[in-house]
Ligand binder design. Structure first.
Ligand code: FE
Length: 201
């Protein structure tokens, strides 16, 4: 098994059984359900993996279990995306980085979306800065992976069904390993560009 797959199984094994903040599913069930809905829509493998791993930031850092204790946003999307970017291509890490912004985006652009948010999700929306301004909406739509992030966000919101039967985590090991192989090492071109810059200065 690749080291990324082993690390992911270990993280879910150690912390995945905890309740997903303020919802009736565990962290592991939540990720599996998001991936399940992504697959049901025929999403590409990288986006299925992004759905599965979108909350990995909660597993690598500990936040209080009770959502009422959240005094500020823990920025789990950034820590999670950084962790994923070291192991997977941008098609996996970028939608994860943007999935909280996608919620603020949807709250600003889709009135029906806001009406359907769970109470826990409304609570975190406030900590996350509320709905986006028109300027933030334009900036968000300039992100390369913004549409993937919006799709991921909807699966994230769906993945809170108590008792839903899904495939087990182990079924995703093959996908995780294939994607980890696709991560491109830092390009030599940027290295020489850096050298040119340092010579110039
Ligand atoms: Fe989530």
């Amino acid at each position: 098994m690749s080291s990324a797959a082993a690390e992911i199984l270990a993280l879910y094994g150690a912390r995945g059984a905890r309740a997903y903040f303020g919802e009736r599913v565990s962290m592991t069930e939540h990720g599996l359900q998001a991936a399940h809905f992504a697959q049901a829509e025929g999403a590409p493998g990288a986006l299925v993996a992004a759905a599965l791993l979108h909350d990995i930031g909660h597993l690598i850092a500990s936040a209080p279990d009770a959502i009422e204790e959240w005094k500020s946003d823990a920025h789990h999307e950034e820590s999670g995306a950084r962790w994923l970017a070291q192991r997977f291509p941008a098609e996996v890490s970028e939608p994860v980085r943007l999935h909280v912004a996608a919620k603020r985006y949807l709250c600003a652009t889709d009135a029906r979306y806001f009406a359907r948010l769970s109470s826990a999700s409304v609570h975190t929306l406030r900590l996350q800065g509320g709905p986006m301004s028109a300027q933030e909406v334009r900036r968000f739509e300039g992100e390369r992976y913004w549409q993937d992030a919006v799709r991921l966000r909807r699966w994230d919101d769906q993945g809170k069904v108590a008792g839903l039967k899904t495939a087990p985590l182990e079924d995703y090991v093959g996908l995780i390993e294939r994607l980890a192989l696709r991560r491109k090492p830092a390009r030599p071109r940027s290295l020489s560009a850096r050298r040119r810059r340092s010579r110039a200065s």
